[in-house]
Ligand binder design. Structure first.
Ligand code: AHR
Length: 510
């Protein structure tokens, strides 16, 4: 190539990139047309549920510091975390696992704490499990938060009798030996246990079972678990055959079937860092998050064949981001930072759940504190709330609301081979008659201008930042928090400007 040609090429490239920048400076034009009719049953508050496992510092240090700790606590549960969780109104907590559940003997966690056996936490770092937090402590947390209990029973390594005795111990009002034992251990009134999981990931850490074997076993265990909603361990490996077999053979013995779906910004073997990533991993992460919809549609389709009346609910009882472990931490503790990208993943996932309320009746983010896509991170007495926490808080008006039909016309944007919509949206009618709108601008560079068929002024809040990996730290716990947002004027058509990489939730008065 001669010098003249080189100059020409350079000029052409420059012109191209200048025009690309000019285009990027122009907002993406989006149209949102909202109808008044409902498109599904209400959004169950339980889709904003949580999951707590004996894993890393998820329970010990993260939630529980013990009554003797200098860290302010209530009967062992740290006050700062409990107060933060109260603000997001935790509807349901799944416990004690996860993989841990199928290796857990509930008897280890009752009675005098000083006499409880220390076991090995086989799945997560092979660290000692003191059993200091057991049934009584967990149920105390459930009551403090005003949540429902979702107990994951051990089907992998214990008998149906163990599972049914645990349930009786917790819930019986009788004079049975188990109820009396509970009373001797300090709890007179029975607890309410609304949900019981029959094993966890039975295809993997829950016993490496064939679906056919699991179905038989499920039916056997479910027979002895009465007066509670029975949740069958479901898919986590895109295994349609498993869904078929469980629904066909065990559908009559379950109230819900589960799906586990983790979002990664890379391959499973190369998930990518939680911070310090570029636009490629931003796009990959959001693409992976949106992929949950395809799985919900596939699993629901198979469920429809066997349960056309939709008696059996779908619980997405593990979901969230899974990144490389934070540098310097025990890889078995699954500790990771949580950035604006995680916040957008949460918002997109909620929007997907809102589109499938006919089946999806519960979801549990993995996990509550210090593990995977957590609400809060702790370090000794310090605590930082995450962008994901703030999205849970922003989406509170959607609980119990009815999703409305909304047509979104959005351009798409590209990052390498990945193509994604500029905007994703969810619209619902809240119980008080107001309309709630959630809008996510997935594009990291370009503002979106959303024209609606509504008019008037709206108010709400926005979560956004300049950096792709903006996050909160113990030194700067409020680096990324929602800010007030308002748009429109009385009588004027409503248009909402969404900055790049943002989540906006507004309410339209009735
Ligand atoms: O959430 C971490 C683990 O992921 C759970 O223990 C298991 O069920 C899943 O594989």
């Amino acid at each position: 190539m001669n010098v003249k040609m080189k100059h020409l090429l350079h000029a052409a490239t420059l012109a191209l990139s200048v025009s690309a920048a000019a285009i990027a400076a122009e907002p993406a034009e989006v149209r949102l047309t909202i109808a008044t009719e409902a498109v599904g049953p209400r959004i169950e508050p339980e889709i904003y549920g949580h999951f707590v496992e004996h894993l890393g510092t998820g329970v010990y240090d993260g939630l529980w510091v013990g009554p003797e700790s200098k860290i302010p606590n209530t009967r062992g549960w740290r006050n700062d975390v409990v107060e933060a969780l109260r603000r997001i109104e935790v509807p349901v907590i799944r416990w004690p696992g996860g993989c841990f559940a199928d290796d857990y003997d509930w008897r280890d966690g009752i009675g005098d704490p000083a006499k409880r056996p220390v076991r090995l936490n086989r799945w997560w770092g092979r660290v000692p499990e003191t059993n200091r937090v057991g049934t009584h402590e967990f149920m105390d947390l459930v009551e403090m938060l005003g949540s429902e209990a979702y107990i994951a029973a051990n089907m992998g390594s214990m008998s149906p009798r163990d599972a049914s005795q645990w349930l009786e111990y917790m819930t019986s009002d009788s004079k049975s030996a188990l109820a009396e034992e509970r009373r001797r251990n300090g709890r007179d009134r029975p607890w309410k246990v609304k949900y019981v999981g029959v094993g966890n990931e039975s295809w993997g850490c829950g016993g490496n079972m064939r679906p056919e074997y699991q179905a038989d076993l499920h039916n056997r265990y479910a027979t002895y678990l009465q007066d509670t909603l029975r949740v069958a361990s479901g898919d986590g490996q895109r295994n349609d055959h498993l869904v078929e077999v469980l629904m066909e053979r065990s559908g009559a013995h379950m109230d819900a079937f589960t799906l586990h779906y983790y979002t990664t910004a890379g391959e499973w073997e190369d998930k990518g860092p939680a911070t310090g990533f570029g636009a490629d991993r931003w796009a990959k992460g959001l693409q992976s998050a949106l992929g949950i919809e395809e799985r919900i549609v596939a699993v629901s389709g198979i469920m429809d064949k066997h349960d056309p009346k939709k008696r059996v609910a779908l619980y997405v009882d593990e979901w969230g981001t899974w990144h490389d472990p934070a540098p310097g931490t025990n890889p078995g503790f699954l500790q990771q930072q949580n950035t604006l990208r995680d916040g957008l993943v949460a918002a997109l996932t909620f929007n997907v759940f809102h589109r499938h309320t006919e089946r999806v009746k519960m979801a549990n983010i993995a996990q509550m504190v210090n593990v995977l896509q957590a609400m809060a991170l702790t370090d000794g007495p310090r605590m930082a709330l995450t962008p994901t926490y703030h999205v849970f808080e922003l989406y509170k008006p959607f609980r119990g609301a009815v999703p409305l039909k909304a047509t979104l016309e959005t351009p798409r944007w590209h990052e390498g081979e990945i193509e994604l919509p500029a905007v994703d949206a969810s619209v619902a009618r809240a119980a008080d008659g107001s309309m709630v709108l959630a809008l996510v601008n997935l594009d990291p560079w370009r503002t979106a201008r959303v024209q609606t068929n509504l008019s008037g002024a709206v108010r709400g809040r926005i979560l956004t930042a300049d950096a792709l990996d903006a996050h909160n730290t113990f030194a700067k716990p409020n680096a990324l928090v929602p800010a007030p947002y308002s748009s429109g004027a009385n009588g004027a058509p409503l248009t909402l400007e969404l900055p790049p990489k943002s989540v906006v939730v507004v309410s339209v008065p009735r």
